[in-house]
Design a protein around this ligand. Structure first.
Ligand code: ATP
Ligand code: MG
Length: 363
C-alpha cells in the first residue's frame, strides 16, 4: 500500500524544499516515489524537471529508485476529472464551457486543496508508487487544507445544489451568506449579471458526476487518517513560530490525523570546536593577529547565543506539544537549494535527524 507523507506548515518555512528533498532521498534508497509540489521556486522546478509541464508527472533523474515530480495545477486537474468522468462529450463540453464552472475550478476557496486530495487519492488507488509526498500551499488557516474534502463533499450534496439552483426560495441565499467573502462577492457579481442560469446549468450538467465526486471526497477524507499516512509539521527554530505550529498540531489532533513530528528547518548548527590556529592566520603583525582573534571570538559567541536561542525555542515548542513529540533539526543549507545535489544534502540531514526512521517505521 502506498505510503503518504504530507508536509504542512506556515508560509515560507521550507515545505516545498523539504518535500522534494524527502522524496529524492526515499527514491535513492530504492523506492518508487511521487512528489506533488506546489509552486516551487523556478530553479527547484528546473532541478525537478518541472519547468514545462507542471500538472503531468515528470521523471527526475536519480541514482537509484524512481522519482516522479509534478506541480499541482488545480484548474487542469479539475478539467481532467470532468473529462474523465463525464458520461459523454456533450456533458463534458457543457461543463467545461460553463461560466460558473470556470469560477469554481479556478477560484472557489479550497478548490486547490481539494484537487490536491483528488490527485493524492488517484495516486494511492493506482498503487504504482511506494511513497507519495504531498507539499501543501501556505494556507492562512490549517483548516482550509485539511477540511477541503469535507467541504467539497458538502458542496456536492444535493441539498446545497438545491440552494444554488433555486435561488428564489428563501434558503437560496443562505449559501451566499455562509460562504467566504470571496465566494459571496463573486456570486453576487455573477448574479448581478444575470448568470444564475449558468449556475443552474452547471449543476444540471454536474448531476451525473456528483456521485463520483462525493465518493472520492469521502475516500480522501479517510485517506488523510489512514494508517499509512503521516503529517510532518515544518517549522522554524524561532520563538515566534510556536503559536502557528501548535495551532496546526491542534487541528491534526482534533481531526485524528496522524502527526509524525516537527521538522525544525534552517537551524544554525553548534560550531565545531575551534581548530588549532595556523601560524600564518594573523600574519606577523601582533595587532592584526589580536583583531582577527577577537573578531572570530565575537562571531563564535554570537553563533552560540543563536544556537541557544533556537534550542530554547524548540524546547518550548516541545513543552507545549504532546509528550514525546519528535523535533527533527535540519540545518540551514549554504546558499539557495536549487539543484539535486542541494536536495541530496538536505536528504542526508533528514536521515541524520532521525526523521526517516520514524517515517519508515510501522504506524
Ligand atoms: N534547510 C534549508 N536551508 C537553506 N535554505 C532553505 C532550507 N529550506 C528551505 N530553504 C529556502 O527557503 C525558501 C523557502 O522555501 P520553500 O519555498 O520550500 O518554503 P515553503 O514553505 O514551500 O514556502 P510557501 O509557503 O511559500 O510555499 C527557499 O528559498 C528555499 O530555498
Ligand atoms: Mg511551497
Amino acid at each position: 500500500m502506498t505510503q503518504v507523507v504530507i508536509m504542512c506548515g506556515s508560509g515560507g518555512v521550507g515545505k516545498t524544499t523539504m518535500s522534494a528533498a524527502l522524496a529524492l532521498r526515499f527514491a535513492e534508497e530504492g523506492r518508487r516515489v511521487m512528489v506533488i509540489t506546489i509552486d516551487p521556486a523556478r530553479r527547484l522546478a528546473d532541478a525537478l524537471g518541472l519547468a514545462e509541464l507542471g500538472n503531468t508527472p515528470q521523471r527526475v533523474p536519480t541514482s537509484r529508485g524512481e522519482l516522479q515530480a509534478m506541480m499541482l495545477d488545480a484548474k487542469r486537474t479539475f478539467d481532467e476529472l470532468i473529462t474523465r468522468h463525464a458520461p459523454n462529450g456533450d456533458v463534458r463540453d457543457r461543463i467545461l464551457a460553463n461560466h460558473y464552472y470556470r469560477f469554481v475550478s479556478e477560484r472557489l476557496p479550497g478548490v486547490h486543496e481539494y484537487m490536491a486530495m483528488e490527485r493524492l487519492l488517484a495516486i494511492v488507488r493506482a498503487d504504482d508508487v511506494d511513497v507519495v509526498v504531498l507539499d501543501t500551499p501556505p494556507t492562512r488557516h490549517a483548516l482550509d487544507f485539511l477540511t477541503a474534502p469535507d467541504r467539497m463533499a458538502g458542496l456536492m450534496d444535493e441539498g446545497v445544489m438545491r440552494w444554488l439552483v433555486l435561488p428564489a426560495s428563501a434558503s437560496g441565499w443562505r449559501m451566499i451568506e455562509m460562504g467566504s467573502d470571496v465566494l459571496a462577492g463573486v456570486l453576487k457579481r455573477l448574479l448581478g449579471q444575470n448568470t444564475i442560469e449558468d449556475i443552474a446549468d452547471f449543476f444540471a450538467g454536474f448531476q451525473s458526476l456528483w456521485g463520483g465526486f462525493r465518493e472520492r471526497s469521502v475516500a480522501a477524507r479517510a485517506l488523510l487518517r489512514a494508517a499509512n499516512t503521516r503529517f510532518i509539521l515544518v517549522t522554524a527554530p524561532a520563538p515566534g513560530a510556536r503559536a502557528e505550529a501548535l495551532a496546526f498540531l491542534e487541528v491534526l489532533r482534533r481531526d485524528a490525523m496522524p502527526f509524525a513530528g516537527f521538522l525544525v528547518n534552517r537551524c544554525a548548527w553548534p560550531p565545531a570546536p575551534a581548530p588549532a590556529w595556523p601560524a600564518a592566520a594573523g600574519g606577523d603583525d601582533p595587532a592584526s593577529w589580536e583583531a582577527t582573534t577577537r573578531a572570530i571570538e565575537a562571531t563564535l559567541t554570537r553563533h552560540r547565543a543563536l544556537v541557544a536561542t533556537q534550542e530554547a525555542a524548540i524546547a518550548d515548542l516541545l513543552a507545549h506539544a504532546p509528550r514525546g513529540a519528535n523535533a527533527w533539526r535540519i540545518p540551514e543549507a549554504t546558499g539557495e537549494v536549487h539543484d539535486l545535489s542541494g536536495l541530496r544534502g538536505l536528504g542526508m540531514a533528514l536521515a541524520d535527524s532521525g526523521a526517516l526512521d520514524v517515517l519508515r517505521g510501522p504506524a
